[in-house]
Design a protein. Structure first.
Length: 332
């Protein structure tokens, strides 16, 4: 305790004051000086005990902080008493709880990153190996023209798949890192839906699929037109791929005081019930997934919707699937 500079200064100041007071009291009478010295002695003893107790409490908190810095986050330093020390203990407990939560999240993120890198490596290794083999075959001078054209076409398809995969992964990574700024403007649901279905109109026509769109033309929500349409695009792509020729894909939308709802449904083969809880996880491929699926489209849709104060759920049966996207209205 005495090593603290403030205690040393206080001790010197007290000795000087007591000395001066004793000299003055001694001029009055010897008894006054004795009474003064006795009173000061008792006060000094009480103050010393209190100060020692207080510094011991501070020392305990200092030890706790050292343990927290060394990674021991399970300390319970809560104190229901009043006072500055109790307040300090409560603040330390809050920091400890926050660090514990962050530590668990970082550990979870590291595991997810490791799993993600493993999945990405697997997704890229297969097409790259295939292209390397076909490239070696293309170097053969006696290779038939038809075979050469088939290899080139396959390589082009694999490159397009890799480009889509890398682009999608970069977009999801940017969303997770919070580096993308989503616009918050009033956009028409009809405009979002129109932009989302455009890439599939020819495909649906070739498969003789019927596209039925209906809803309130005045329906709007706060969001980003481009990103919102991309989220719907991935859902529509999933429905189109799993709906047979001659099937029906429906898009219904409406608005109420709480949220704007967009429902995309089909009468395809549906999603297996065992796959439903994991359908929005990255790189998850369900039992009914197509051969070229990498399981990232629906994960991107969910990330985009959640980033815009929305939610997305799916229901499915052997008669088809139903995706419900909600964009909640922000209270200003």
């Amino acid at each position: 305790m005495l090593r603290n500079r403030e205690v040393q200064w206080l001790l010197v100041f007290s000795i000087v004051i007591v000395g001066l007071g004793s000299l003055i009291a001694g001029q009055i009478s010897l008894q006054s000086a004795i009474v003064l010295l006795a009173t000061v002695a008792f006060l000094a003893m009480g103050y010393g005990v209190f100060t020692y107790w207080r510094y011991q409490k501070i020392r305990q908190l200092s030890i706790m902080l050292d343990e927290i810095c060394n990674g021991k986050f399970d300390l319970d330093v809560r104190n229901n008493m009043e006072g500055e020390l109790s307040l300090l203990r409560s603040n330390i407990y809050k920091i400890t709880s926050m660090l514990t939560k962050q530590g668990r999240q970082l550990k979870k993120d590291k595991l997810q990153l490791a799993d993600g890198l493993s999945d990405i490596s697997h997704q890229l290794r297969t097409p790259l190996t295939s292209m390397m083999v076909m490239t070696e075959l293309l170097q053969q001078e006696d290779l038939a023209k038809e075979q050469r054209e088939l290899f080139l076409q396959t390589i082009t398809q694999q490159l397009e798949r890799i480009q889509w995969l890398v682009t999608s992964l970069l977009k999801i990574s940017q969303i997770d890192a919070g580096t993308i700024t989503f616009k918050e403007e009033i956009i028409s649901v009809a405009a979002v839906v129109k932009k989302a279905v455009e890439p599939f109109l020819i495909l649906m026509e070739l498969k003789e699929q019927q596209l039925v769109i209906k809803g309130d033309e005045t329906a709007t929500f706060y969001g980003d037109l481009s990103w919102s349409s991309e989220a719907l695009t991935n859902i529509i792509k999933n429905c189109a791929e799993h709906t047979p020729a001659g099937g029906i894909i429906k898009i219904d939308y409406q608005q109420n005081p709480i949220y704007t709802e967009i429902i995309i449904s089909d009468n395809g083969e549906g999603i297996d019930q065992d796959d439903l809880p994991y359908i929005f996880q990255r790189f998850y491929r369900g039992k009914n997934a197509t051969s070229d699926s990498v399981g990232i489209g629906l994960a991107m849709s969910r990330a985009i919707v959640l980033a815009q104060h929305g939610d997305i759920v799916v229901e499915s049966s052997p008669k088809g699937s139903r995706f419900c996207v909600k964009f909640y209205h922000q209270v200003v």
